[in-house]
Ligand binder design. Structure first.
Ligand SMILES: NC(=O)c1ccc[n+]([C@@H]2O[C@H](COP(=O)([O-])OP(=O)(O)OC[C@H]3O[C@@H](n4cnc5c(N)ncnc54)[C@H](O)[C@@H]3O)[C@@H](O)[C@H]2O)c1
Length: 256
């Protein structure tokens, strides 16, 4: 499996999971355009990756910003064959009914409207490349009813649904659309919760621990690659079993 000849826009690639996806795309032979609000951090990642990477300011909630990054990518690399809609804003941590309308709208704007704008803006470029692959980053919170995620959970369910209907609509044009659902992964988004990579440190997941960003990259690069040529409308949980069911330890069982 490789990403030779692939040109992928990764949103939110200045750090965390988006940076890990960007690095792996280049390691597998692809080219990457990193879009983020954090232009200096995005530029530093791109510079570290060399000629196969570029960066560009992107606000996923701004349609003009999307047009700019599509144009910049085609100018730099000739075509666009993939999009990873990864940029996101974290959950507010309060009950849905306690979330302010302003916070709800802001979180949904980035996590759901931003994904819609991304698909809407990049699909014409994928058509010019005779097809492509869109990977929408949802969450475990888009697969189960996860308390205290508010607009975040609502948006991530929306991303999952939007992925499915777009997969159906775009299949005749050789454009595949799939969603990836990370569980708890140690990144700048989740670091403030105090989570660590310790074994047994996250008992809610059957794996017993949180994930490392590099444990998510294979799911994304697979879906971007030709190895996934018959895979569209799928949802791939990468969550240490969190959404599969309660951990054995939660049931009072251990591995003996
Ligand atoms: N880390 C986890 O445990 C976890 C779990 C489930 C899902 N996810 C999802 O994975 C994705 C990446 O998460 P992460 O943990 O790496 O987060 P992160 O906060 O470390 O990185 C998010 C990136 O998105 C960028 N961003 C935010 N708003 C933007 C905007 N309007 N336009 C452009 N860029 C913007 C940020 O600048 C940042 O670089 C998110 O969609 C998140 O919801 C993460």
């Amino acid at each position: 499996m490789d990403l030779n000849d692939k040109v992928v826009i990764v949103t939110g690639g200045a750090g965390g999971l988006g940076e890990a996806y960007s690095r792996e795309i280049v390691a597998m032979g692809g080219k990457v355009m990193i879009g983020d609000l954090l232009v200096d951090k995005a530029a530093a990642v791109a510079a570290d990756l060399g000629d196969a990477a570029r960066s560009q300011h992107l606000d996923v909630t701004d349609p003009d910003s999307w047009q700019d990054i599509v144009t910049a990518t085609e100018e730099a690399f000739g075509k666009v064959t993939g999009l990873v809609n990864n940029a996101g804003a974290s959950a507010s941590g309060v009950r849905l009914i306690d979330e302010s309308p302003e916070t709800f709208r802001k979180i949904v704007d980035i996590n759901l409207y931003g994904v819609f704008l991304g698909m809407r803006s990049v699909i014409p470029a994928l058509r010019r490349a005779d097809g492509g692959s869109i990977v929408n980053i949802s969450s475990a919170a888009g697969m189960v009813g996860m308390a205290l995620t508010g607009g975040y959970g609502a948006a991530k369910w929306g991303v999952r649904g939007m992925t499915k209907l777009s997969a159906v609509e775009l299949a005749p044009e050789n454009i595949r659309v799939n969603s990836v659902h990370p569980g708890m992964v140690l990144t700048p988004m989740t670091a403030p919760t105090g989570i660590t990579l310790d074994e047994g440190g996250f008992p809610s997941a059957p794996a017993g621990r949180v994930g490392r960003p590099e444990e998510l990259t294979g799911a994304v690069t697979y879906l971007l690659s030709d190895a996934a040529s018959y895979t569209t409308g799928a949802e791939l949980a990468v969550d240490g079993g969190w959404t599969a069911g309660p951990a054995m330890t939660e049931l009072g069982q251990n591995s003996d």
